[in-house]
Design a protein around this ligand. Structure first.
Ligand SMILES: [Mg+2]
Ligand SMILES: [Zn+2]
Length: 192
């Protein structure tokens, strides 16, 4: 498959998960090492989107406006590095609300695919959790696992069977730049 749209999980893929799990202040945002370099490699010729669960809003831990401000910073810094995001799709619900967007439900990814106009068979979702891999399958986009964040634990789970795994976003970006391909069905690594 030709990857035309890269949807990215946020926590553990783009940024370092904060102590306690959530980034609740703009100043607590910290990019994963080399994530900006990876985005700059991925961006030319491709659409980039973000899909993130932020139940900290639904749980009443933080105002939605603060998370919007975090995303404004994230988007500005990515764009300054040459990698503008086409969209940031955020689930603000708590698990108890039973929404259709909170991963592992596919809603956020379906939103990103719909907004992009790029077919799911040319779309990958890069995540670090089992829920990310499940959401990708349900949305019929190709899952990709990175070993940052929760990724090393996720790699040993059954959800990761057949999924392409990379040390971090930068190694995935290098793989695509070298002309590496992914099988759309299971996310297996093809020719390198
Ligand atoms: Mg994550
Ligand atoms: Zn939701």
């Amino acid at each position: 498959m030709t990857v035309q749209h890269v949807i990215l999980d946020r926590d553990g893929v783009l940024n370092v998960e904060a102590t306690g799990g959530w980034v609740l202040r703009v100043q607590d945002w910290r990019w994963q090492e080399a994530a900006l370099e990876a985005l700059a490699i991925l961006s030319p010729g491709r659409t980039l989107s973000v899909a993130t669960n932020q139940s900290c809003i639904g749980r009443g831990l933080v105002d939605a406006a603060v998370i919007e401000a975090v995303h404004t910073r994230m988007c500005a810094e990515a764009a300054a590095g040459g990698a503008p995001f086409a969209g940031v799709h955020c689930c603000a619900h708590s698990p108890e609300e039973g929404c259709r967007c909170r991963k592992p439900e596919p809603g956020l990814l379906l939103q990103a695919v719909g907004a992009s106009g790029i077919p799911p068979e040319h779309t990958v979702f890069v995540g670090d959790s089992e829920g990310d891999l499940q959401a990708a399958r349900r949305a019929e986009v190709t899952p990709v696992l990175v070993r940052t964040g929760k990724g090393r634990d996720t790699e040993s789970s059954s959800a990761a069977t057949g999924v392409a795994v990379f040390d971090d976003l930068l190694s995935f970006a290098h793989f695509l730049r070298r002309g590496g391909t992914l099988s759309p069905s299971a996310g297996r690594v093809g020719t390198q």
